[in-house]
Write a protein that binds this ligand. Structure first.
Ligand SMILES: Cc1cc2nc3c(=O)[nH]c(=O)nc-3n(C[C@H](O)[C@H](O)[C@H](O)COP(=O)(O)OP(=O)(O)OC[C@H]3O[C@@H](n4cnc5c(N)ncnc54)[C@H](O)[C@@H]3O)c2cc1C
Length: 317
């Protein structure tokens, strides 16, 4: 507890790892990366399906990489290997199974609190993402069908009739992927998949053209009911109800407001307030990655945030 780290990073996703590696490359040696899960990158491990294509250009956002991390298109597996490699090459201390519960500013340092312990650090960067709490529908999910209403594809088998809800890249990828072994429909409140990146727009158009995915577009869902045989009756606003074996919501994640508030970080318009170097209202306390974006960011954006923060801490900008 007496040791004061130079830099503590909360959350070992792309933004957290980039902050650590870029800071290391700029000469900071005493860095600790705190991750609540059993390994780094729990969002990629949990929400990306196996062999998923990982695009640098995500959600149609073209991002020029500013820093020293050379990230290219790949798959879930190559991306995780890549992060393993850059972590091991830059001797960053990664502590896993440590969920940070709050950050307190003291005289000249921060105390970072976890269950049963605290550490001290001169600078703290919060990169906890938005997928700790995936967005859920506003209507109630009846308990009888809760196990069949999911936010990832982990529970899916084959031969199921599945409804994917959402129109962004994740929803499109889930629908196209699941259609190989299942009867899949995708429900989106808008008429087109314009929010998805060009590759995903092409893939979903192909899947629809070949009757592999059935589009239910320009349609809102009013609620879900359990049928007598344990299936899900989806009540649409504009069209007749339909019964599915499983419903998967891919509608993004939420800002961890309680965490930010408990650490004194101000929030406005659904995002933490920060300056152009990602420093919050509390000097020395930064935010990076998806939590800085209203509706989620991308790996490349997180890498750039990490670089900007490292430069700021080293007074290079
Ligand atoms: C299905 C899906 C597909 C995607 N595909 C792509 C793609 O192809 N290309 C792309 O660029 N982007 C993609 N994205 C978006 C990309 O994954 C995110 O933008 C990126 O992971 C954000 O990085 P981050 O470091 O901000 O947060 P995250 O990756 O969410 O990492 C946050 C980390 O913090 C940890 N954490 C949370 N709370 C705490 C706490 N209290 N204490 C300690 N640790 C904590 C979490 O366990 C996690 O490991 C996809 C997202 C989804 C959901």
């Amino acid at each position: 507890m007496d040791h004061i780290y130079e830099l503590a990073i909360v959350g070992a996703g792309p933004a957290g790892i980039a902050t650590a590696v870029e800071s290391y490359l700029q000469g900071i040696r005493d860095i600790v990366l705190l991750e609540k899960d059993e390994n780094h990158n729990s969002t990629i491990r949990k929400y990306y399906k196996d062999n998923k294509r990982v695009d640098v250009e995500w959600k149609g956002q073209k991002v020029e990489l500013d820093g020293n991390i050379y990230f290219i298109d790949g798959t879930k597996e190559t991306t995780l290997d890549f992060f393993d490699e850059i972590l091991s090459k830059h001797s960053v201390e990664l502590q896993t199974h440590v969920e940070v519960t709050g950050i307190e500013k003291k005289d000249g340092y921060f105390e970072v609190h976890m269950a049963g312990k605290s550490i001290k650090a001169k600078y703290v960067v919060v990169t906890i993402g938005r997928m700790g709490k995936p967005n859920k529908p506003s209507y109630k999910i009846p308990p009888a069908i809760r196990k069949k209403v999911n936010y990832t594809t982990d529970e899916c088998g084959s031969g199921e009739k599945i409804l994917v809800v959402g129109g962004g890249d994740s929803a499109v990828e889930y629908a196209v992927d699941l259609s190989a072994n299942n009867d899949v429909a995708i429900c989106y409140r808008r008429e087109t998949f314009r929010r998805a990146n060009p590759t995903n727009q092409r893939d979903i158009a192909n899947a629809i053209a070949h009757n592999e995915v059935r589009p239910i577009l320009g349609v809102n869902i009013d609620g879900l009911e359990a049928t007598e045989d344990g299936k899900i009756k989806v009540l649409f606003n504009e069209i007749e109800p339909e019964v599915f074996d499983r419903v998967i919501y891919a509608i993004g994640g939420t800002t961890p407001s309680a965490f930010l508030a408990s650490s004194g970080i101000q929030e406005a318009d659904g995002k933490p307030v920060h300056d152009e170097h990602y420093e919050t209202n509390i000097p020395g306390l930064f935010v990076a990655g998806d939590i800085t974006q209203e509706s989620g960011g991308s790996i490349a954006l997180g890498l750039n945030h990490g670089y900007a923060i490292a430069c700021r801490i080293n007074n290079l900008c």
